[in-house]
Design a protein around this ligand. Structure first.
Ligand code: FE2
Ligand code: FE2
Length: 262
């Protein structure tokens, strides 16, 4: 799924595990910004029955709101971080990352509009997550919950794709999923950079804190979206298993020992 869009196509040696450079990420995001999967908007109706929409409509409203964040706090944190490490292009990478999230929000917004579902202005999960992000300026602490939510987003959009027969909604989910795979990779690689000089003991303590936070985030997503997840075939045990399988891969990717550093 992520193969076609993978930034690895812009990276050099394929047998060497190294984090992509900022320039490689920038090239990837610039290319991806003009890459649009076909979405059959011309369909006269959404192709989703009211019964099909019932368990997912409220949840879609909340994710649409979450994807629509203007990203000002992140852009400011990224700008400060980029200046500190002397890598100004990192700010441009984050700007393009924010733009892609807004693209997801716009796609979901159009889905809601076409289905006659009003857009929400507030949602408890979104408010909680926004407050958490806005209270944080440290790029590591900011990136950590984001990589967790994005990991769970991949399960969520998979569930929505399975819950509906609507070609439009399925195509939108496919676009979002294709974008999210590199998003998680970008955040994992950044965490690997940030954790690189930490002793192994402190690294493992950091991972313990990650596990505690992930449990909370996973439970919150289930609390807010279990109807939609179930509609897509994710019962609680299935969801929990899938969540940990994906997050374990992400944890491996943020381990600095995985990479060759030059
Ligand atoms: Fe997104
Ligand atoms: Fe994302």
């Amino acid at each position: 799924m992520g193969e076609r869009n993978s930034p690895s196509s812009t990276s050099a040696p394929t047998n060497e595990r190294r984090v992509r450079t900022t320039q490689e990420w920038l090239a990837y995001f610039q290319q991806n910004a003009v890459r649009h999967r076909p979405i059959p908007w011309q369909s006269t109706d959404m192709g989703a029955s009211p019964a099909e929409m019932a368990p997912i409509r409220r949840s879609l409203q909340a994710w649409q709101l979450g994807e629509t964040s203007d990203g000002r706090h992140l852009a400011a944190s990224a700008a400060r971080y980029a200046a500190t490490i002397g890598d100004p292009a990192y700010r441009d990478v984050i700007d393009l990352f924010i733009w892609e999230e807004q693209r997801h929000g716009a796609l979901l917004g159009r889905i809601l509009d076409d289905a006659g579902i009003p857009r929400r202005q507030a949602d408890w999960g979104d408010t909680l997550f926004r407050r958490l992000r806005h209270s944080i300026t440290d790029i590591e602490v900011w990136t950590t919950p984001v990589v967790m939510v994005e990991t769970l987003a991949m399960i969520y959009y998979n569930a929505i794709r399975r819950a509906t027969g609507s070609p439009v909604l399925r195509a939108v989910c496919a676009q979002i999923l294709a974008d999210e795979v590199p998003h998680v990779q970008l955040q994992c690689e950044r965490l690997a950079v940030l954790l690189r000089n930490r002793s192994r003991t402190r690294f493992h303590l950091t991972m313990l804190a990650h596990r505690a936070l992930f449990l909370v985030v996973m439970l919150l997503v289930w609390a807010g979206h279990h109807r939609a997840l179930r509609a897509g075939g994710f019962t609680w045990p299935h969801y929990r298993r899938a969540a940990y399988a994906k997050m374990r891969r992400a944890w491996q990717r943020m381990d600095p020992q995985r990479y060759v550093w030059t």
